[in-house]
Unconditional design. Sequence first.
Length: 146
Amino acid sequence: MNSLHTRELRRLDSQAMNTESKLITGVDFAMVPTTDIERSVDFYENTLGLPCTARYGKVDGAEFDAGNLTVAAFDFSKVAKEAPSSNSGPIAFQVDDVAAAREELESRGVQFQGDIVDSGVCHQTYFSDPDGNFLILHHRYEPKGE
């Protein structure tokens, strides 16, 4: 790409990004580190029931459709100097009934950490994937902003 073309692209980008536009327009995916992509695919696809929508060809990774968010399992050890061992920031999966979803996942071998929590606006329960990534089943029963 020549420098004139690059300057024109920057000019167009700066025009598009004015003070009224958002810098961040959404969340494309949440990434969870794994040390065994096949184990992760089995867990997210078969245990949690999330459709696998992509398998990465050149690196160990896969994407799963969680409705409004893509969960990407990725083996960082192949591309990063320091690969994270697990995420401590949880992903909260929206469900219609936390107790029923928990019961179903327990029947599939998932172990939960503690009881179902009622925060006053939602129910939630905590568990981890095989790599130790912290996950939540979540149902908001109070409308947001009330």
